[in-house]
Design a protein around this ligand. Structure first.
Ligand code: AVI
Length: 351
């Protein structure tokens, strides 16, 4: 794999992870999302990322079966606080989440983008059901399997709730729901998935959501807040090395699915956190000069060259308020965990 030939590629088809990525992360392990990715799109995206001056891979490809399992382990590990914080909010503060939604002023659709197994949302559903709110729950996920698991669980635990799973892309599902339902909408986008978008992707995503919503519709989003930089860094550089494995797994996946020849021992995980911008970035650093062949193309990695893998952005209250304003929303409430590490912001679509 070592060599000195660098080649540049001109390949199309790379689109924004913010818009395409549909990871559904929750407490249970997720099934592979590979089913929805055609090999040629995957190959094009990989080659495009690796031919940029700053080599990169799209984090949406983390989630094959092994990646789902590793992400499950990340969520359970002590250093990764995000899932536990948001779970605490849903478990202990469902009433506060529901309060701004005016749950007794007419029927509504509760639409969850990237619902996964709905572990957190179950607490809110339980609360709404006990309050005799007139609503139906429409979990959207790219994985039909996880939607089956979710529906079966809810049929047992909350049989009175009307659950109508929607498999597919967030925006396609939302468009089809909007076409067939006149009800007001409450959207959920949890798990700090918004943090995996760049600043631009994030505004585009929120503006696109706003454009599909009607005035008065609501959006509840999970934001990981800026905090002690060491706490953030530890969450992505965990002492068990699971995040390291999670990153390396994408190289393994590329080897397997695109017949590439990454030597996994030739790359080391490196995490950074910039407390100013709130960007927590993961890289794989090439440990030596080496050439990797993918789809017949040879890619040169210099010694110590960084391969950018993922951004997990952290937000201040002001960042969140500004994002709401620039996307056509007004923030009506915020609910945080007791440490003040995570926020579920509740926004109303402006008239
Ligand atoms: C899915 N997403 C919100 C996770 C995060 O915290 O950015 C993905 C992750 N990557 C490494 N650890 C967790």
């Amino acid at each position: 794999m070592s060599g000195s030939t660098s080649q540049l590629y001109s390949v199309g088809g790379h689109s924004s992870p913010a818009i395409d990525a549909q990871p559904s992360h929750s407490i249970s392990a997720q099934p592979s999302h590979a089913v929805t990715t055609t090999p040629s799109t995957f190959l094009n995206d990989v080659l495009k990322g690796l031919s940029s001056p700053q080599k990169s891979l799209s984090s949406k490809y983390f989630y094959d079966e092994t990646g789902d399992r590793l992400f499950q382990r990340i969520m359970e590990c002590d250093d990764y606080y995000l899932t536990r914080c948001e779970m605490e909010i849903f478990r202990e503060h469902s009433a506060e989440l529901a309060q701004p939604l005016n749950i007794h002023s007419g029927a509504f659709d509760l639409i969850e983008l990237g619902a996964g197994d709905g572990t957190k949302t179950r607490h809110l559903l339980d609360y709404l059901h006990h309050q005799v709110a007139d609503f139906r729950y429409l979990p959207v996920d790219i994985s039909g399997h996880i939607l089956d698991v979710l529906s079966q669980n809810l049929a047992t635990t909350l049989p009175g709730v009307d659950v109508e799973p929607q498999q597919g892309d967030y925006f396609d599902a939302l468009a089809s729901i909007c076409q067939t339902s006149e009800r007001r909408k409450v959207l959920l986008f949890l798990g700090s998935n918004i943090g995996n978008m760049t600043v631009e992707e994030c505004s585009t995503f929120c503006q696109r959501l706003a454009s599909m919503m009607s005035p008065g519709d609501m959006l509840i989003t999970g934001f990981d807040l800026k905090k002690d930089p060491r706490t953030v860094l530890r969450a992505y550089d965990d002492s068990d090395g699971i995040t390291r494995e999670f990153n390396l797994n994408l190289l393994r996946r590329i080897n397997e699915e695109l017949q590439a020849d990454f030597d996994l021992t030739g790359f080391e995980h490196y995490q950074t956190y910039d407390p100013g911008s709130g960007a927590c970035r993961s890289y794989l650093i090439s440990q030596r000069e080496q050439t990797v062949t993918i789809g017949g193309q040879r890619i040169l990695f210099l010694r110590h060259e960084p391969l950018f893998m993922e951004v997990s952005r952290k937000f201040s209250r002001r960042d969140i308020g500004d994002l709401a304003t620039e996307s056509g929303f007004s923030q009506v409430a915020e609910v945080c965990d007791r440490k003040g590490w995570f926020m579920n912001a509740i926004w109303k679509r402006n008239a």
